[in-house]
Structures are given as structure tokens and as C-alpha cells.
Write a protein that binds this ligand. Structure first.
Ligand code: DAH
Length: 328
């Protein structure tokens, strides 16, 4: 301890003498007086000394430190600025990034689809999730005894109102307000009273499309949907249209795309329903089917999302598991 103290005091006084600038003074402070400096270390060692030696060294150490501190204070006054490096705020440091949430994969997919149709001149429209039986079924030409009206599929709030089972009622709302030409894309949530499984959920999202004008044809419908699918899934896409039935379109079709899967080689995947708006629907909203024709389509967002990212269980989209969500 004696030797150490001696060596340190020699070094300290030598360096104190040599100080000629604020920078050197700061260097001295860091080396000897700061929390990790030589003095602090010496005091740590002092703590470990046997009891009987403590008084002697304690006094010497304290005196030494007081002396050095007062010399340091003098020099600090002399070199005017008392700025220490810890006090300096470095304005050039890049900011720390705050972690924020990200857009959910379903919303991202919907935004991309809507954007594609916006570029084709479609306007975006939304409707309420709580809908009347009239808009959801009757105006869309669903017969009184249609199975979709069954309690097993539909969440009824009361006999006249329900949670919409598809986005097609937004077509009705729009056509009631507006005469053609109408070109609209309508994204939103829909509800069905189904058993929850890997393939179906009680809540999901759809995107509805509608184009009503003079001389709208099925060829235009096909052209638009093929363009959409190629933009969304890729140019080399294989697709097909199959005849189908919906109460609100005549003729009706479903569009499938060929989906390559590594295990099974690939399969046809239904991505949407579509057709020419049934004259009865146009009549229900006060549009003359002798003058106007229209096409409509509706697609499920979750399914598109699952196939695009090679996922197999729809429930992962609703679990809100951060480990899943941060990947997108
Ligand atoms: N609403 C239909 C459903 O939920 C999908 C659909 C099919 C929408 C054909 C349409 C259409 O606009 O023309 O299954």
C-alpha cells in the first residue's frame, strides 16, 4: 500500500504540473478522479486492509485526495470552462428508434388490392357491419327460403338486422344513392356463424367490386379480374373461370388460380365470385336494366393472404401473436 500510494502521488503531481489546457484537465479527471479512476480503485483496496492498518492509511489517503482535489479545482477555474464530457450533448448522434406496431398482414393485403383497383379508376366505398336483412339479402335477390338466411350462417341481432355476411350490401347502398356510371371497390369485415377451424373463422374480410354503366360486358369483367390476379400473384399465373351461381348475378362465375405447393405439386384455388349484376337487383335500387348493365365481384381476403404467404391455418391471422405479426 505504501509503495502504491507513493507511486500514485508521484504520477498525480507530475501530471498536474503538466496540465495546460482544459482537455488535459479533463483527461486527468477521468484518469484519477472519476468513478473508475485511480483514486476510486485505491479506496477500494483500502477497504480490504486489516483493521489495524486502516487509521494510518485512511488519514494519508484523505489528505492526499483533498490536496489533489483542491489543486484540480484551481486548475479548473484557470481553464475557465467547466464543461465535462458527460455534460456535452452530441447533436450529431442518430436518434434511437422507437419500436412501433406495424400494419396487420390482412390490412396490408387489403390495401394492396384496393390500390390496384384504384389505379383502374375504382372509387373506395365502405358500409356498416350491422346491416339490415333487406340490404344483406332481399335487395340482392336472395329468395325467402335461401339457406344463407339460416340462423346457422347468420348472426341476427333481431329479425330485421344482422351482422353482414358479405360486403355485397354495400353495392345496394351505393346504387340507392347514385345513378351510373358507378365504379367502386368496397373492402370490409364480414361475419358468419361458422364453427371455427383451420379453414373458417366467424369473422373475415372481403373486397367487393362493382361497375355499372351502359354496355358493360362479361368480357370486361374477365379482363379486369385477370389483370388484377396477374398484378397481385405474378404475370405467369395460371387461372380459370368456372360457371357458378349467386342470387345477385346472372350469369355467375368463380375464378380459380393454380397454386403451386411444394408437397402436392399444386392445386386449383378459388379466389373470388363474380358475374353480371342481376336485372332484379338493378330494379330493386331504381336503376333501369334496359339501359344499364353491370358486373360485380367479391373476394375473400384471408384466403388470398394464406395462399400468397403459404400459410395453412386461418386462425394464425387472428391470434395476435407478436412472433407471427412482426414477420410482415
Ligand atoms: N357475396 C359473395 C360471397 O360472400 C361473393 C360474391 C360473388 C360477390 C359474386 C359478388 C359477386 O359481388 O358478383 O360469397
Amino acid at each position: 500500500m505504501d509503495k502504491k500510494l507513493k507511486e500514485l502521488s508521484e504520477e498525480v503531481y507530475r501530471e498536474l504540473e503538466a496540465i495546460q489546457s482544459n482537455e488535459q484537465l479533463e483527461g486527468f479527471r477521468l484518469k484519477f478522479l472519476s468513478r473508475k479512476g485511480a483514486f476510486a480503485q485505491l479506496f477500494e483496496e483500502f477497504k480490504l486492509l486489516p483493521k489495524e492498518e486502516k487509521p494510518k492509511y485512511g488519514q494519508n489517503l484523505n489528505k492526499f485526495r483533498q490536496d489533489v482535489n483542491s489543486k484540480y479545482d484551481e486548475l479548473e477555474k484557470k481553464y475557465a470552462s467547466s464543461v465535462k464530457s458527460e455534460d456535452v450533448f452530441d447533436y450529431s448522434l442518430p436518434g434511437r428508434k422507437k419500436k412501433t406496431g406495424s400494419t396487420h398482414i390482412i390490412t396490408q393485403t387489403m390495401d394492396q388490392i384496393v390500390e390496384l383497383f384504384k389505379n383502374l379508376g375504382f372509387n373506395v366505398h365502405e358500409g356498416p357491419e350491422l346491416e339490415s336483412d333487406y340490404n344483406n339479402f332481399e335487395a340482392l335477390n336472395f329468395p325467402e327460403d335461401h339457406p344463407a338466411r339460416d340462423m346457422q350462417d347468420t348472426f341476427f341481432v333481431n329479425p330485421g338486422f344482422l351482422l353482414r355476411t358479405h360486403t355485397s350490401p354495400v353495392q345496394i347502398r351505393l346504387m340507392q344513392k347514385q345513378q351510373p356510371p358507378i365504379r367502386a371497390i368496397m373492402p370490409g369485415k364480414v361475419y358468419r356463424n361458422e364453427a371455427i377451424s383451420a379453414k373458417s373463422y366467424c369473422l373475415f374480410h372481403q373486397i367487393e367490386g362493382l361497375y355499372v354503366d351502359k354496355n358493360v360486358t362479361f368480357a370486361e369483367l374477365k379482363g379486369t379480374l385477370v389483370y388484377f390476379a396477374q398484378q397481385f400473384f405474378g404475370q405467369g399465373l395460371k387461372y380459370r373461370f368456372r360457371p357458378s351461381f349467386f342470387p345477385f348475378t346472372e350469369p355467375s362465375a368463380e375464378m380459380d388460380i393454380w397454386w403451386e405447393t411444394p408437397e402436392k405439386g399444386g392445386r386449383w384455388l378459388e379466389i373470388l365470385g363474380c358475374g353480371m349484376v342481376d336485372p332484379n337487383v338493378l330494379r330493386n335500387v331504381g336503376i333501369d336494366p334496359e339501359i344499364y348493365t353491370g358486373y360485380a365481384f367479391g373476394m375473400g381476403v384471408e384466403r388470398t393472404c394464406l395462399s400468397r404467404y403459404g400459410m395453412s391455418d386461418i386462425r394464425t391471422l387472428f391470434d395476435n401473436d407478436k412472433r407471427f405479426l412482426v414477420q410482415f
